[in-house]
Design a protein around this ligand. Structure first.
Ligand code: URA
Length: 475
């Protein structure tokens, strides 16, 4: 009997190399014990397997099944996979198509379980903010059912690239410092923080997206099984929300029919405001926004920047190429133009908050270039939720829309800039002003027209300075 201990509990590559050797040595599944948790390739009293054994081809479906099931918790997984491989390479080439075969059936079930666990982890990890020696870090505790830590790491690195975070589990930990991912040992749950600003944010986010008319407790439990609840801040709201669902649905039905708000983009979904108690928490939460498809191609969410008590918020369109890479708004050519105009209007940029109506860069790849594309109404309206959230936390006296996209976001309707610019107005109790977007000035081909428009832009900014002495530069 050959005994092989695999060093890694979840490594397809390690299993593949060992299985290749076993197949080359013609060692049948009944003559080998494969187990996890030791020194790789440790053979109990048998001669080593041939070195440099040639690769062989196997049905491509095997690789997929093996990559998933290798992460299953069942200690028999290596033995089962080796049996499958043996049979595939010994006359049962199409075995994977035989769904009724007990081995194939079991492996498919295991594959599903691993995929489900992976999905749950990507959906239910909740970070809590802490401060460590190097600044702020987000830490989450999660208990996966299977050995999925390594396979989910890419998801979290991609999704939270700009944050410093750690995920602690009973089996191991992941640590990301915005550059490098480190796999660490298991860390006890007592080291995981519990509760911070995020808790409120998640709870109010969940409340705002909960539709009582669609509440189905059975489905709810299937999608968000109870075992995850203890780790989810929003779970505390579920019993209440479900208990009130019938009443709220009744009220919705009885209520006077309203003109369809969606036509103007003012849906409850995108005007609901979270009760996050800090901009930092909101910014971190925005990193995982998937409200519209733009998050898929952008490098990161570009959140607003500036003092949290700024008297004025300037809203632009969306991050450009440079902003997308830097993770900061208005740092490219339009930003430089904007800075220059602010300075000329006598406004201190460090006293204003600058953000965008759409938080992800929308572009079309052309060769090596990423060419800016205008966000559409759906994208603007989906992203309004973040803009409204920023405004509700900052509570500025004044809001300025830079260009048509921002004007759409702030007013909920299409605006002709030439007709409405430079007029003081009021949006939900805040003073508002619409002006052009600085990139409009950059696009003007004619130098004289550019100089003229630039002068008008500075004039518009001066209106804001006149209204808010607190943002004026001290001479
Ligand atoms: N244009 C914008 O509207 N926002 C930016 O951040 C950069 C360019």
């Amino acid at each position: 009997m050959v005994r092989v201990s695999l060093k890694e509990s979840d490594s397809f590559e390690e299993f593949r190399d060992i299985a290749r050797g076993l197949i080359a040595a013609e060692i049948a599944p009944d003559d080998v014990v494969l187990e996890a948790g030791g020194e790789a390739g440790l053979f109990g009293g048998v001669p080593p397997l041939p070195r440099d054994t040639p690769a062989f081809s196997v049905a491509s479906g095997f690789i997929e099944v093996a990559r998933d099931t290798i992460c299953h918790r069942d200690p028999e997984r290596f033995a089962m996979l080796y049996s499958l491989l043996w049979r595939l390479t010994h006359g049962e080439k199409s075995l994977l198509m035989v769904a009724s075969d007990p081995l194939v059936h079991r492996l498919h079930q295991m594959q599903k379980a691993v995929r489900r666990d992976t999905h749950k982890m990507t959906a239910f990890v909740r970070f809590r903010q802490i401060a460590d020696d190097s600044g702020e870090r987000y830490v989450a505790w999660f208990e996966p059912e299977h050995h999925i830590l390594r396979r989910v790491s890419k998801f979290f690195v991609d999704r939270f690239a700009a944050m410093r975070w750690s995920i602690l589990t009973p089996e191991g930990s992941l640590h990301w410092d915005t550059q490098r991912l480190v796999h660490g040992p298991a860390i006890d749950k007592s080291h995981a923080p519990s509760g911070d600003d995020f808790e409120d944010w998640w709870r109010s986010y969940y409340r705002s997206t909960f539709n009582p008319a669609r509440a189905n407790p059975r489905m709810q439990r299937a999608e968000m099984p109870k075992k995850y609840w203890h780790n989810l801040p929003e779970a505390k709201t579920i019993p209440d929300l479900l208990a009130n669902a019938r009443q709220r649905t009744g009220r919705m039905i009885e209520a006077e029919p309203m003109a369809p708000r969606r036509a103007h983009g003012w849906t409850p979904e995108n005007v609901a405001q979270p009760e996050a108690s800090s901009l930092d928490a909101l910014k971190a939460a925005a990193q995982s926004c998937t409200r519209c498809p733009l998050h898929k191609n952008a490098t990161q969410t570009v959140f607003g920047e500036g003092p949290s008590d700024a008297p004025v918020v300037f809203v632009g369109e969306q991050p450009g190429d440079l902003e997308d890479l830097a993770g900061q708004p208005f740092v490219g050519p339009a930003g430089q133009m904007f800075d220059r105009a602010l300075a000329e209007a006598g406004i201190d940029r460090s006293r204003v908050f600058v953000t965008n109506a759409v938080k992800h860069f929308k572009f079309e790849p052309r060769g090596k270039r990423r060419v800016h594309q205008k966000p559409n109404i759906g994208e603007i309206d989906k992203c309004r939720w973040w803009v409204e959230s920023e405004l509700s936390l900052i509570k500025p006296q004044f809001v300025v829309a830079l260009g048509a996209t921002a004007a759409r976001s702030l007013t909920g309707r299409s605006v002709t800039i030439a007709r409405e610019r430079g007029r003081l107005t009021n949006w939900s109790g805040r003073a508002g002003l619409i002006t052009v977007h600085p990139s409009f000035l950059l696009r003007l081909p004619d130098k004289a027209a550019q100089a003229n428009e630039y002068r008008r832009f500075v004039e518009d900014l001066r209106i804001v300075g006149r209204e808010l002495p607190a943002i004026r530069k001290v001479a």
